[in-house]
Ligand binder design. Structure first.
Ligand code: FES
Length: 120
């Protein structure tokens, strides 16, 4: 009789993305790993994220302000994302990101983003 290690159950805890609107309304969504923060918002009807281009960095209608405590854990802003962030409807801030570039993962864990007043 062989002794196999017990099978580990996959983590049932999904990362939670908290979206705070410019008005202060909060939506918390259990996100699917591999989806972007933009896709998670659009699929769940979060008002305030448009995602017009579908995530190919050509619209900047997925602009978010990442919570300062989360910003350091994110991958750095890419060159094209950086250029697009200069053309957002609401002024860019130090923690501005395009949410189509933020991919949900277990490693990244929970995130909190605040939405700008305008995307277009
Ligand atoms: S969805 Fe268009 S740039 Fe993010």
């Amino acid at each position: 009789m062989s002794h196999r290690p017990p099978l580990r159950e996959a983590s049932s805890v999904m990362p939670t993305i908290r979206y705070t609107s410019a008005d202060g309304d909060v939506r918390e969504i259990s996100a699917t790993t591999g989806d972007s923060v933009m896709q998670t918002a659009v699929r769940n009807g979060v008002a305030g994220i448009v995602g017009e281009c579908g995530g190919v960095l050509s619209c900047a209608t997925c602009h978010v302000f990442v919570d300062a405590g989360d910003a350091d854990r994110l991958p750095p802003v890419g060159e094209l994302e950086d250029e697009m962030l200069d053309g957002t409807a609401d002024d860019r801030r130090p923690t501005s990101r395009l949410s189509c570039q933020l991919v949900v993962s277990d490693e990244l864990g929970d995130l909190h983003v605040t939405l700008p007043e305008a995307q277009e």
